[in-house]
Design a protein around this ligand. Structure first.
Ligand code: HEC
Ligand code: HEC
Ligand code: HEC
Ligand code: HEC
Ligand code: HEC
Ligand code: HEC
Ligand code: HEC
Length: 350
């Protein structure tokens, strides 16, 4: 037996056998009495003796039918419910307040959460796993036991795969689109796509720019939300790009990415950052800034270990020292520091 269901404009059929005699439908997930009786993984076994006894058989069939219907109804309701904006925005209300405030201020505010947060053209199994996962996320929210921050270190954007890769974005965005970056910036989308780099490696906060809409949420256990890193900054380009042309990437598609200024900036672009205009930049100020960066990197380094634990490549997880996106330590910093016998605090050497 099948019933049609509509989930976000896509038609699905939910099928099951009505009494164990109907033909199985291998193309869709099938909830059958067979599955229940044998146990999906050969585990629990429900006796079929009731079917064999002509007196108990009608009752048995009715109850089997009720159980199967209830299961099917549950799956259908969860599929529908977890796809609605109501589910995302209202059921998970508290825990996602900050995320949704940033979404409402973004260029994608008119787009369904599901366009980005659902596997695209995935097989039924992957799709259902994703649904069950988002269904389970409700438990800590309703039970008020959730903890913050959500998605620290931007694990979601860095994992790629079916949960958040290029395929979500390319439902709407085409490679044919001629990109018009900000003046002063050069970007080549094709070379990155060819190297297997997906959109959110760079555009991670496209729908949730929490730097623009500051997070305010505090969890019941006192933990707080954070402003996530936004990978559309120069230092995050240097997770792969390198001033000396070293290969930082690993894995399939790994390539050297050039770090010379003219790779990403056209002639005439002001190459000296505003910070450098401080009167004492060449003495005290740059040292203070360099030390501040080292402290921040210590914190980010702890996060990087957790990201690596989740299977994210170390080159994408590791923090980047901003100073070394424009200066080669050995060739630039050391010319003064070796002479001054003052450590740059980045290495053990003076
Ligand atoms: C244009 C695509 C897009 C849309 C639309 C979108 N998101 Fe996201 N969302 C993302 C990306 C990309 C990330 C990963 C961010 C990261 O890892 O830095 C994310 C992350 C999140 C997170 C993890 C917390 C965080 O801030 O990183 C939550 C929760 C979330 N989204 C909920 C929603 C909800 C609810 C909606 C709809 C109201 C929505 N998203 C709409 C792309 C989108
Ligand atoms: C359902 C369609 C849809 C999906 C999915 C989608 N976008 Fe968009 N995107 C749009 C539209 C429409 C615009 C233009 C919005 C406007 O100009 O008001 C846009 C604009 C943009 C812009 C330029 C505006 C800005 O804020 O910088 C970027 C960059 C972008 N999208 C990246 C992404 C990325 C990355 C993803 C995947 C995580 C994604 N989009 C997913 C439809 C979509
Ligand atoms: C290596 C980093 C990187 C990757 C990967 C990347 N982009 Fe971009 N993208 C950029 C940069 C940088 C800009 C220019 C932003 C600016 O000017 O502020 C940009 C601009 C855009 C724009 C705005 C175009 C305009 O004319 O305003 C869109 C849309 C966009 N990207 C979509 C995508 C999509 C879709 C993907 C994945 C298929 C993707 N990008 C992958 C770095 C990247
Ligand atoms: C995940 C790794 C990675 C990140 C992050 C990354 N790039 Fe790249 N980029 C590459 C690789 C690899 C190449 C070289 C591809 C090749 O040679 O085919 C490249 C090449 C380029 C080129 C073309 C260079 C040329 O000589 O034609 C530009 C421009 C560029 N990147 C800009 C950026 C910008 C801007 C950012 C940050 C917003 C960025 N990239 C972030 C990996 C990356
Ligand atoms: C792989 C691409 C890439 C390369 C190579 C690159 N930049 Fe950038 N740069 C960016 C991006 C993206 C931005 C804009 C985002 C931001 O503000 O961080 C930027 C912004 C800047 C800015 C303005 C923001 C600030 O920090 O004040 C300066 C100055 C700058 N770059 C200087 C340089 C110099 C000098 C070099 C060469 C040593 C260089 N860039 C090489 C990608 C690159
Ligand atoms: C033009 C010469 C010069 C260059 C180039 C230079 N420094 Fe320095 N640096 C100094 C001077 C002078 C001091 C102040 C020494 C003092 O306070 O006794 C200093 C101080 C520092 C300090 C503070 C040391 C401390 O113990 O408080 C750090 C950290 C530092 N520099 C890092 C760097 C880094 C990183 C680079 C390269 C990106 C760099 N410096 C390039 C001259 C230079
Ligand atoms: C976005 C690029 C960029 C970044 C990031 C950057 N610098 Fe620079 N820096 C420059 C440029 C360009 C110059 C001037 C040209 C030169 O001397 O090479 C310069 C010059 C300097 C000088 C020499 C100043 C003088 O008057 O002699 C010092 C010292 C210095 N930087 C330290 C640092 C430190 C420390 C950091 C990290 C906190 C840093 N820079 C980050 C681009 C950058």
């Amino acid at each position: 037996m099948c019933v049609p269901a509509l989930v976000r404009g896509r038609a699905f059929a939910y099928c099951w056998q009505d009494d164990g005699r109907g033909a199985p439908n291998p193309s869709k997930h099938v909830v059958t009495p067979d599955v229940i009786s044998k146990g999906a993984m050969g585990m629990a076994k429900i006796s079929l003796a009731g079917f064999k006894d002509p007196v108990r058989r009608p009752r048995f069939i009715v109850w089997t039918f009720v159980v199967v219907l209830a299961l099917a109804a549950f799956v259908i309701v969860m599929l529908g419910a977890t796809s609605t904006r109501w589910f995302c925005a209202d059921v998970c209300h508290k825990v996602q307040d900050d995320t949704i405030a940033a979404y409402n201020a973004s260029s994608h505010a008119e787009i369904s959460c599901m366009a980005c947060h659902e596997p695209v053209n995935a097989d039924t199994f992957t799709f259902l796993i994703a649904k069950v996962k988002s269904g389970l996320e409700v438990i800590p929210t309703v039970g008020n036991t959730f903890s913050l921050p959500l998605n620290p270190g931007s694990a979601l954007a860095l994992k790629g795969g079916h949960e958040m890769g290029s395929q979500q974005c390319t439902q709407c965005h085409s490679a044919n689109r001629k990109v018009s970056p900000d003046p002063g910036l050069i970007i080549d989308h094709k070379v990155h796509a060819d190297a297997g780099i997906w959109c959110t490696v760079c555009h991670n906060r496209i729908a949730h720019n929490d730097a623009a809409v500051a997070p305010t949420l505090v969890a019941p256990n006192g933990t707080k939300n954070i402003v996530h890193p936004n990978f559309m900054q120069m230092k995050y380009c240097f997770r792969c790009h390198d001033l000396e042309g070293n290969i930082k990437m690993t894995g399939i598609g790994a390539k050297a990415a050039p770090g010379t200024c003219s790779t990403c900036h056209p002639a005439g672009f002001e190459l000296k950052p505003a910070s450098h205009n401080a009167a004492d930049w060449a003495s005290a100020a740059h040292g203070d800034e360099a030390k501040k960066i080292l402290t921040e990197m210590g914190v980010a380094g702890e996060e990087a270990k957790k990201l690596e634990g989740e299977g994210i490549a170390p080159y994408l997880a590791a923090p980047v020292n901003e100073c070394f996106t424009c200066h080669i330590e050995a060739k630039f910093c050391k010319t003064c520091h070796d002479r001054l016998k003052v450590s740059t605090a980045t290495t053990t050497a003076p």
